[in-house]
Design a protein around this ligand. Structure first.
Ligand code: F6R
Length: 609
């Protein structure tokens, strides 16, 4: 999704902006640009395509010490040089980069056109630049900060923006509503970014803007007000990110790096959260007393994409271990169906980035109606984490590849822990709690063993990568895994993949099973093993190629290919079955020569509706 960077200080801005944009590449983009404020004028350079294209177009050197930059993911208007950011007002004196969507752009454009302003592009961002410039001219004493405030009072929609004007070559004005903007505080220099990863190599002291904040940024000072001209007191926080962890290291892709980091990610999720005295789990940040926890009669998990799927597995685990009715729902659907918010329902908002607009809006809807919502979030200090104010951090470390892998695993482990905690408050016996803890402690090593079997899965992938369609089937929590396996395969290898509960196959999709349509079946050693074997027989009879991921050696007798994973506690089966599914998607993508880290049309963090 779109990314913003900015710099004002004593150093040359251009290399700092380009370095920041490179750090944001992982979010997905189709064009990029920078604006360099020389005082005598602003140079705007922008190109469709990757950063290399922009680099080729940059001047050899630029003395500008103030600038802004952007990576764009097209929403209004196709990807092109013209539509790329930064955008200028008609005079070329004001430049702006914008994340988000101005919902009343058409109406604002009409207002400005009536005043004789023409637009060169089809973007809502150009309208916003022109509107700020218009407000600037209307002021008795021109001031960029005030012009931004005044313009934003007329805007509906989501935005994170950074704006410059030729008349103030040492100033950037930034503002936020629904799309993140972070200010990084340096020594006689300031950094701006939409994602802290873009400035962490320069400073750890940051201020996260809140919705409605407008901030004047200069090398040695900043000033924050809301849209009503009231001073806003925002305290700097120290972020705990290591810039080196964004490097590829020995790996070819971030996807493989992040799949391989899963044992450590699980260790971090577990660290300090296992209570062996009472055979339960504990969490530092829930901010709810045990009595309050006991009062909840229902649990609802909300998220989008993989976060939603991880939530569906989490809901099953909560029902299984704590016997509390639980379900997962798409945050995007939830927020628009005027949901009934109940006092005795506990809501969880799940998000790796903590910036997904639909999930953030669902949180706000719950809070507006008086409900209790906790975050399960990876990025510390992100919008959803701050909006919830309480919850559980995944501590999975930065996830750069567009598709989620280690954060999916970490989310499922968090819910296994929450299910253990809630279960031990109710009917789960200490002995069973102890067995789950024992299995959790073995999990990182088991996952390590599975990741090390990459070549075995690569060999299987050789036989499956050529197909155009595939089914993924499973029952119970394994149906959740089938959904995740299918999503991963289609995202990175562009093979059309559909997930079905194994029990549903004969109610329709079996019609499509033939020699050209393989099925990946998740077959744990559980009470439904025999039922799953019947499903495998149904597929085999129709000639469909079959790959099983399961725990029994016997499976090999029923299928064409089989990956056998280790035994664990039934509640943790999803984790051990997941790793071969991730590797399968990865290997198929490699064979098909797809850009596995940056699948087409997808963005890491979806900050628009
Ligand atoms: C799939 C994937 C997406 C995200 C979804 C939510 O591999 O990564 O489906 O899970 O866009 O993102 P977050 O978790 O950042 O809210």
């Amino acid at each position: 999704m779109c990314g913003i960077v900015g710099y004002v200080g004593t150093r040359k801005a251009m290399p700092i902006l380009m370095e920041g944009l490179a750090q944001l590449e992982y979010r997905g983009y189709d064009s990029a640009g920078v604006a360099l404020n020389r005082g005598a004028g602003i140079d705007v350079i922008k190109r469709c395509g990757r950063l290399q294209e922009l680099k080729k177009a940059l001047p050899k050197r630029s003395a500008a010490k103030c600038g802004i930059g952007h990576t764009r993911w097209a929403t209004h208007g196709e990807p092109s040089d013209l539509n790329a950011h930064p955008h200028t007002d008609p005079s070329g004196e004001l430049v702006l980069v914008h994340n988000g969507i101005v919902e009343n752009a058409r109406e604002l454009a009409g207002f400005l056109e009536a005043k004789g302003i023409d637009f060169a592009t089809e973007t809502d961002s150009e309208v916003l630049a022109a509107l700020i410039a218009h407000e600037y001219q209307e002021l008795e004493t021109p001031d960029l900060f005030e012009a931004v405030q005044s313009a934003l009072n007329r805007v509906t929609g989501a935005y994170g923006i950074a704006v410059m004007h030729t008349s103030v070559p040492d100033e950037i004005v930034i503002a936020r509503n629904g799309s993140p903007v972070v200010l990084g505080l340096g020594e006689h220099e300031m950094f701006v970014a939409s994602d802290a990863s873009a400035l962490v190599s320069h400073t750890r002291q940051v201020i996260y803007l809140d919705d409605g904040d407008v901030c004047r940024v200069r090398a040695r000072e900043y000033e924050i007000e809301n849209l009503l001209d009231q001073h806003a007191d925002r305290q700097p926080v120290t972020i705990d990110l290591e810039s080196t962890r964004y490097e590829l290291g020995e790996f070819d892709t971030f996807t493989l790096k992040e799949i391989s980091e899963q044992p450590d990610a699980i260790r971090r999720v577990l660290r300090g959260r296992l209570d062996k005295r009472f055979n339960t789990a504990h969490f530092g940040g829930l901010n709810l007393e045990p009595a309050e926890m006991l009062g909840f009669k229902r649990i609802k998990l909300l998220g989008c994409g993989s976060a939603l799927i991880a939530g569906s597995i989490g809901a099953s685990l909560i029902e299984r271990l704590a016997r509390i009715p639980a379900d997962a729902e798409s945050a995007a659907e939830f927020r628009y169906r005027n949901p009934i918010i109940e006092r005795d329902t506990l809501y969880f908002a799940i998000s790796q980035s903590g910036e997904t607009y639909d999930t953030l809006s669902a949180v706000q809807e719950i809070q507006r109606k008086g409900g209790t919502v906790l975050g399960v979030v990876n990025v510390v200090g992100s919008s959803i984490a701050r909006q919830c104010g309480a919850g559980v951090y995944l501590h999975a470390g930065p996830e750069i590849a567009v598709v989620s892998t280690k954060t999916f695993t970490s989310t499922v482990v968090v819910f296994a822990l929450l299910a253990l905690y809630l279960g031990r408050m109710r009917d789960l016996s200490p002995a069973e709690g102890g067995r789950i803890i024992e299995a959790l402690e073995k999990l990182p090593e088991q996952v390590e063993g599975l990741v090390a079997r990459k070549e075995e899965v690569a060999e299987v992938a050789e036989r499956y990568a050529r197909f155009s369609d595939a089914y993924f089937v499973g029952r119970g929590e394994s149906f959740g895994l089938a959904r995740e396996g299918a999503l991963k395969l289609k995202e990175v290898s562009y093979i059309h993949a559909e997930a079905y509960p194994a029990s549903e196959l004969k109610h329709g999709p079996l019609a499509l099973i033939d020699e050209e349509t393989p099925t990946v079946a998740i077959v744990p050693d559980d009470d439904l093993y025999a039922k799953n074997i019947s499903t495998l027989e149904e597929i085999r009879t129709r000639g469909g190629p079959l790959l099983a991921i399961g725990q029994s050696d016997e499976l090999a007798g029923f299928v064409d290919d089989c990956v056998v994973v280790p035994q664990t506690h039934p509640a943790l089966q999803p984790i051990v079955h997941l790793i071969p599914l991730q590797l399968l998607a990865y290997e198929c993508a490699k064979i098909r020569e797809c850009d596995v880290d940056k699948p087409r049309n997808l963005a890491k963090s979806v900050t628009v509706e």
